[in-house]
Design a binder for this molecule. Structure first.
Ligand SMILES: *[C@@H]1O[C@H](CO)[C@@H](O)[C@H](O)[C@H]1NC(C)=O
Ligand SMILES: *[C@@H]1O[C@H](CO)[C@@H](O)[C@H](O)[C@H]1NC(C)=O
Ligand SMILES: *[C@@H]1O[C@H](CO)[C@@H](O)[C@H](O)[C@H]1NC(C)=O
Ligand SMILES: *[C@@H]1O[C@H](CO)[C@@H](O)[C@H](O)[C@H]1NC(C)=O
Ligand SMILES: [Cu+2]
Length: 712
């Protein structure tokens, strides 16, 4: 559920928000920044990684994010650009404009890079401008105005302003006070409004709702129910107020605080002793030039992104037989996150968030907590982002990279038939994890990309944080005539956990051994035997169907009509002649059941199928479109792929949506234990044989600390 404010800043100014003040605007003061070696890892014994001096940072790779110096240069170039002579437009996005793939693949260390460019999105005169700035030529090279629907990402100022406008409105202010809430215990949030027809078109709007923070930092559990202001951001006016919840009490706050220091002191029975999987010899991975991660047989480019959180590029794996480094994926990231709530009320219908495009997963990212968010010996990476005045700021420690001794088995066999010699072979599994977490208002999304030595990549999303809840006069279920009339289960006194979904779409630009790939649907089909042919009546066959065009690759998952989904390189064959490939293995997936013409479903039509395949097109990055706020869904994956373009043996992008239905329960209150789901990208005939056959077994000497005490 995301709502707004990743930003603990949309709160009105008199709130004491020390608890929440994560460093949204850490200053770039040279004095407080240390320096770090260009290479992390190998022999590093340092426990605490020093923070970086971003002021002097340079780029080393065509995909490296804009540096502080470059961002400052873009701001200077824009200030000299004639359309913006007289005023500074609000910057809604300022990021690297990645060079075309062919330029990136063609560039080599030591050779000149493709030109460094920035793509800037500004709002001016109510219009969204997309501006390209060439940092080598020192000028604007392209300037387009969005003619479709939608507005750019919401800024912190937008959220603050929405709240201030609402509270300055006498009627809204009075309605808040009438609920018995003192202004000193009031928290208001600016929420994205979605798009619901002509009444809100033609102007940028946000919704404002308020909460009671008396005696708790977990104000999310104390909604001032049924009170919503719609604010016009450009005219700075309240355009509508719904106040239909006057009779709904504000839920009590006494059982909502989740901080350790306030938990009652009844000791936890048998608390776990500390557990460590530290590597006494240091990590096995290195990070070169700030962004290139190398571990075991993997190598990839990793960067923070203000919109999508983190981006993995040019993931390559070493061939187990030849030592060749082979391309697997050009680029992978979470392209949109859609969270529709299932309540048609005045104060709830619009809660159909698209968190990446509306708020930004990087913009909302958390500073990861060492030893708790990420284990010891993690490498932490900062994001260098841009505020709405065009100035750079640092989002510290927002990505961590660590090795995990998973405790799992990567392969094994005990031979029971041959007893001489006795064979009992097993190999442990060690993986490399790249992690970030975004706190999009109430909800926390934990994103993991986990790389295995057998070539598998597991992408996992965990949900934690706070439910978005609805106030009710019911204190328990006994008085409720029909519980189905509520929009979700009662999870505490006066608190309904509203039913909702989460859909996370991943943009997976697979380049298996090069850009030209095909998508193959391998269908499992039941074959019936002929009378008398066999004692069996039926068996399964796998039938390969190569997708010719986009329509052949729009997949709705079906348990009783199963398929595998392969991306292959038809020109790269194994020793046996099988095409090299990777398969997408969907995880616990939910499909959107909303009406196809429901406005939120139109905007998030990428959830109409779980899998799509499109031809590579540099402008088609985000499944929900570039301008998501109040969009009508005219620039989504579903619209692009109506063209039904050819996709066979060419550069293709795979899109997969991981879905969750969430029926809340009492355990989700006052803060949710993490719920996760994942999908895999797994090699299929990519390697000549099991690529980790030669891995040595682990002996006790290799593991200095991890012996269970019972073994002594
Ligand atoms: C809201 O009303 C209170 C009480 O009348 C007043 O003190 C306060 O200034 C008002 N707030 C705003 C932002 O107008
Ligand atoms: C919260 O406070 C109310 C009213 O004082 C009380 O009835 C209730 O038992 C308290 N709940 C908890 C969990 O302490
Ligand atoms: C790329 O996609 C955009 C948006 O769908 C479209 O306007 C453009 O024509 C496409 N470019 C190519 C080369 O197909
Ligand atoms: C990929 O396919 C396209 C279209 O069929 C072709 O023009 C291009 O040369 C191919 N590229 C490579 C690297 O094979
Ligand atoms: Cu949820």
């Amino acid at each position: 559920m995301a709502k707004v404010s990743c930003i603990h800043f949309s709160f009105i100014s008199f709130l004491i928000l020390i608890l929440f003040s994560h460093s949204w605007f850490p200053l770039l003061k040279p004095g407080i920044l240390g320096s770090r070696n260009r290479v992390f890892g190998s022999l590093s014994k340092t426990k605490v990684q020093q923070s970086k001096n971003h002021l002097t940072e340079n780029y080393h790779h065509p995909l490296d994010p804009l540096t502080v110096k470059e961002i400052n240069k873009v701001r200077t170039i824009l200030s000299l650009y004639s359309p913006f002579f007289s005023f500074s437009p609000t910057i809604h996005s300022l990021t690297l404009e990645e060079p075309d793939k062919s330029r990136v693949l063609g560039s080599k260390r030591g050779h000149p890079f493709p030109p460094r460019k920035a793509r800037v999105i500004v709002l001016s005169d109510g219009k969204s401008h997309v501006i390209s700035v060439d940092l080598d030529l020192n000028r604007v090279t392209d300037h387009a105005i969005n003619t479709g629907s939608g507005y750019p990402q919401i800024t912190m100022e937008d959220m603050n302003m929405a709240v201030n406008v609402a509270l300055s409105n006498a009627q809204f202010n009075k309605s808040v006070l009438e609920r018995g809430v003192g202004l000193s215990d009031l928290v208001c949030l600016g929420l994205s409004a979605g798009w619901y027809g002509p009444s809100e078109e033609g102007r940028r709007v946000m919704k404002v709702q308020c909460f009671y923070s008396e005696n708790t930092p977990n104000f999310y559990m104390r909604p001032i129910e049924g009170l919503t202001a719609t604010v016009d951001l450009d005219n700075k006016q309240v355009v509508q107020i719904f106040n239909t919840g006057r009779n709904i009490p504000i839920p009590p706050g006494n059982n909502t605080d989740y901080r350790f220091q306030v938990q009652d002191k009844l000791p936890e029975k048998d608390p776990l002793k500390s557990i460590s999987s530290e590597k006494s010899n240091g990590p096995n991975f290195i990070v070169e030039d700030e962004h290139i991660v190398k571990w075991a047989n993997w190598e990839f480019h990793l960067k923070a992104d203000q919109r999508v959180g983190m981006v993995i590029s040019q993931a390559r794996v070493r061939d187990s037989e030849t030592g060749e480094t082979r391309s697997v994926m050009y680029k992978g990231f979470a392209s949109e996150l859609f969270v529709p709530y299932m309540d048609p009320d005045d104060s709830w219908y619009f809660k159909t968030y698209m968190d990446a495009g509306e708020f930004g997963l990087g913009a909302c990212s958390s500073k990861l907590v060492p030893l708790n968010d990420c284990p010891g010996n993690s490498y932490f990476m900062d994001g260098v982002f841009v505020a709405s005045d065009g100035k750079p700021y640092v989002q510290p420690n927002m990505i961590c990279v660590f090795e995990r001794n998973s405790g799992d088995i990567s392969w094994r066999h005990t031979e029971v038939i041959l007893t001489d010699p006795k064979i009992n072979e097993a190999r442990r599994k060690v993986t490399l994890v790249v992690r970030m977490s975004a706190s999009v208002g109430n909800y926390d999304y934990i994103f993991d990309w986990e790389f295995q030595t057998d070539g598998l990549i597991r992408v996992k999303v965990g949900l934690s944080g706070m439910l978005m809840v609805k106030g009710t006069s019911y204190e328990n279920v006994y008085g409720i005539h029909n519980q189905e009339d509520l929009s979700g289960p009662l999870v505490s006194e006066n608190v309904i956990g509203v039913l909702h979904d989460h859909y996370i779409n991943f943009h997976l630009d697979m380049d298996i051994d090069g850009p030209n790939n095909s998508f193959v649907k391998v269908d499992m089909v039941k074959e019936s035997t002929l009378q008398g042919q066999s004692p069996r009546k039926s068996y399964l066959k796998a039938k390969r169907n190569i997708a010719k065009t986009e329509n052949d690759a729009k997949i709705k998952l079906k348990l009783y009509d199963p398929s595998e989904f392969h991306v292959i390189n038809p020109d790269r064959r194994s020793r046996l002649g099988n095409p090299s490939g990777y398969k997408l293995v969907p995880g616990g997936t939910a499909a959107s059941l909303l009406d196809l013409y429901d406005p939120p479903q139109l905007r998030s039509a990428f959830t109409n199928n779980q899998i799509w395949v499109t031809p590579y097109n540099r402008t088609e990055q985000y499944a929900g479109g570039l301008f998501v706020c109040q969009s009508k869904g005219d620039d989504t994956l579903a619209v692009w792929s109506k063209r039904n373009r050819p996709i066979e043996n060419r550069d293709i992008v795979l899109w997969y949506t991981l879905g969750f239905h969430h029926i809340p329960c009492q355990e989700d209150f006052p803060i949710m234990p993490t719920v996760s789901s994942s999908f895999d990208l797994k090699p299929v005939n990519f390697f000549e044989r099991n690529p980790i056959l030669r891995v040595a077994p682990t002996a006790e000497d290799d593991l200095p600390v991890c012996r269970p005490s019972t073994s002594f």
